[in-house]
Write a protein that binds this ligand. Structure first.
Ligand code: NAP
Length: 306
């Protein structure tokens, strides 16, 4: 039996491991893909303190993983399912998709979030054939090609800028006249002559044969539709928390984990950190801070339980 099981090895989970191990907890991490989380798909990070120049997303996360491993973190590959509390013994049983289960005295949920889909015709069909949710991963396939980025938040703006390294043209299709993303990114977007913003517009379908050849756009004010000939559509319209495996009682209406000021969920002994919890600002530095806080509070909880 472990003192603590951390589900998820992104910035929140890895930071929780670093703090948990240094507090003397016997812990184990479970990760369903490879460690690093969404940041692995981010080309460069400019706002994580400690780096004078932008750091590559994978570099930052590899350093966090190596730091956790150097301290003794064990990360196993697996997907968590039901978490059941034995109220008499105050222990948790976490079932894994391979049929096994793990026992721990406390749990930190740090499962992050996943890309939101547009759910329009052609989106699923052409995923991997011109439709992408990761410019860092797929941008290089679009050298001298015409692309569109959908969305107006920080992710869309950053990824549109990144795509200009490869694509000959990047349309930035946004459903309003004002971008949600930071002003500094907006200025860089407007100054980049490869990027053409298309405001007040939504994308209604993605079409092609073997690969994407066009998108159908609709102006929201006039309802006018037009074909946009292109080779790739990059979709960045937000994220949804990875909470499908958790009981409804732990979640709010947006499917985020409800927490108290100690990052503890409604079940005593289960904590939540990072993008999957309510009121997350979805920043790497905040996910890392959450992980540290959750680990320290898990330590206090374990001390209390004796
Ligand atoms: P976001 O801030 O939620 O922005 C999503 C964008 O997609 C919005 O512009 C939204 O339009 C648009 N959108 C949503 N649903 C849509 C739909 N069905 N059709 C068309 N457009 C749609 O998501 P994000 O950009 O992924 O960022 C998420 C969080 O991570 C934010 O808090 C952000 O600050 C943070 N983040 C930070 C950084 C950084 O600090 N460098 C980088 C990436 C992300 P509306 O504006 O009209 O709602």
């Amino acid at each position: 039996m472990k003192d603590l099981i951390i589900i998820g090895a992104g910035p929140a989970g890895l930071s929780a491991a670093i703090y948990g191990i240094r507090a003397g907890l016997d812990l184990l991490m479970i990760e369903r893909f490879s460690p690093g989380g969404q940041v692995m798909n981010t080309h460069e990070v400019e706002n994580y303190p400690g780096f004078v120049d932008p750091v590559k997303g994978w570099e930052l996360m590899s350093a966090m993983e190596n730091q956790a491993r150097r301290l003794g973190a064990e990360i196993i590959n697996g997907e968590a399912g039901a978490i059941i509390k034995d109220k008499e013994k105050n222990v948790f049983s976490i079932s894994l998709s391979n049929g096994k289960s793990l026992i721990a005295r406390s749990v930190i949920l740090a499962c992050g979030s996943a890309n939101q889909k547009l759910n329009i015709p052609g989106e699923q069909e052409f995923t991997g054939k011109g439709v992408s949710y990761c410019a860092t991963c797929d941008g290089a396939f679009f050298k001298d090609k015409v692309t569109a980025v959908i969305g107006g938040g920080n992710t869309a703006l950053e990824e549109a800028l990144f795509l200009t390294r490869f694509a000959s043209k990047v349309y930035l299709v946004h459903r309003r006249y004002e971008f949600r993303g930071e002003k500094i990114l907006q200025q860089r977007i407007l100054a980049n002559n490869k990027i053409e913003p298309i405001y007040d517009t939504i994308i209604t379908s993605i079409e092609g044969k073997e690969k994407v050849t066009k998108a159908i756009l609709k102006n929201k004010s006039t309802n006018e539709k037009k074909d946009l000939l292109l080779d790739g559509v990059f979709i960045f319209v937000g994220y949804s928390p990875n909470t499908a495996f958790l009981p409804e009682e732990l979640l709010n209406t947006r499917k985020e984990v409800i927490i108290d000021k100690n990052l503890q969920t409604k079940i005593h002994g289960i904590f939540a950190a990072g993008d999957m919890r309510e009121n997350s600002k979805r920043q790497i530095v905040m996910a890392a801070a959450d992980g540290a806080t959750a680990a320290m509070n898990a330590y206090d909880y374990l001390q209390e339980m004796g």
